[in-house]
Design a protein around this ligand. Structure first.
Ligand code: CP
Length: 343
């Protein structure tokens, strides 16, 4: 796989251009816009749409590297971040993206709201929408919650993770990070390791990576791998293995997934220690597979999915993923907002 000419980790500081107060991404491709009104998942997003989001994110990333990191692109647009589940990265990243775009933002947490008095998602959302909002970013524990929300409100809906279904902006930021290290997605070998069955990150990455032509291997203990792979995707090259060595051999990128500790005791794997021995990425793997890049969506259980030294290794790009999350979310908000409409 062809790596970027500037090396594995681009540690050079980005050149700081003169501050420009207002930048509008401006390619012909961008003007053609997205085919979707919402971002609920990547299963039905085309390669053109995904590439468009990534290219737009690259342009916003340039804005984020300037001394003044703010553009007036979404001035007058109101976005509500509706989080029914815990989040650090996604929530802060969306909020920063909205502020960088000059949108008006409101944050909602289920705890401390009228949800604790029994109010439903539909009633909560419709009451918030009655206050004149434009976009909703939803994280919810139930798969399909963001699809349901599109039937309750007129606002544009962005899925920030719905149960074990999809987490599309996570996969997009993962793909942006991959594109920093590899010239093309076609033929890229990506292994996703861990609890595939319960992972929305895995699902969105499988859809997105296969759409862009990557080869995806999924790896984990048998109870954590879906039996019917074709129910996830039948688009391209999707392989399954229960051997970490087989997953890492010839692999360009290992994407480790968080083991959901609450599933301990459900007989899905014998113990955390045994999981680490069989499926945890260790320094020995980095020493043997010299070009391997390691990713993780976070939060990481150090010493479980990844040895602690691996988390801190220069070939682990976990914090680069987080950095790219803001630019990707700016791109998604911008493209879905219709602010680029030529009408
Ligand atoms: N990757 C991710 O979704 O992290 P958070 O749960 O902290 O948002």
């Amino acid at each position: 796989m062809t790596r970027k000419a500037y090396g594995l980790l681009n540690t050079q500081p980005h050149p700081q251009p003169e501050p420009v107060p207002f930048v509008q991404p401006k390619t012909e491709q961008i003007n053609s816009g997205l085919d979707h009104r919402h971002l609920l998942g990547l299963s039905d997003y085309s390669s053109r749409e995904i590439e468009l989001i990534l290219e737009t994110a690259r342009q916003f990333r340039d804005v984020l590297n300037r001394p003044i990191k703010r553009v007036p692109t979404l001035r007058g647009v109101t976005v509500v971040n509706l989080f029914f589940e815990a989040s650090t990265r996604t929530r802060i990243s969306f909020e920063l993206a909205e502020k960088r775009l000059s949108a008006d933002t409101v944050n909602f947490s289920a705890s401390g709201s009228s949800v604790s008095k029994g109010e439903s998602l539909k009633d909560t959302a419709q009451n918030i929408e009655a206050m004149k909002i434009d976009m909703v970013v939803l994280r919810h524990q139930s798969p399909g919650a963001s699809h349901f929300l599109t039937q309750c409100v007129d606002s544009i809906v962005i899925n920030a993770g719905d149960g074990a279904h999809e987490h599309p902006t996570q996969a997009l930021l993962d793909m942006l990070t991959l594109s920093d290290h590899f010239d093309v997605f076609k033929g890229l070998n990506v292994s996703i390791i861990g609890d595939i069955t319960h992972s929305r990150v895995a699902r969105s990455n499988i859809h997105g990576l296969l759409t862009l032509g990557a080869n995806v291997t999924i790896c984990g203990p048998r109870p954590l791998i879906p039996i019917e792979l074709d129910r996830i995707s039948s688009k391209g090259s999707l392989r399954v293995t229960h051997s970490l060595e087989s997953a890492l051999e010839g692999c360009d990128v290992a994407m480790a997934l968080r083991i959901q500790m609450q599933r301990q005791g459900q007989n899905l794997f014998p113990s955390v220690r045994e999981y680490h021995t069989q499926f945890g990425i260790q320094m020995d793997h980095l020493n043997r597979y010299k070009d391997l890049i390691v990713m993780h969506p976070g939060p990481v259980n150090r010493g479980v999915e990844l040895a602690s030294e691996v988390v801190d290794h220069e070939r682990a790009v976990i914090l680069n993923q987080v950095t790219n999350g803001v630019a990707v979310r700016m791109a998604v908000l911008y493209l879905l907002s219709g602010q680029n409409s030529t009408e």
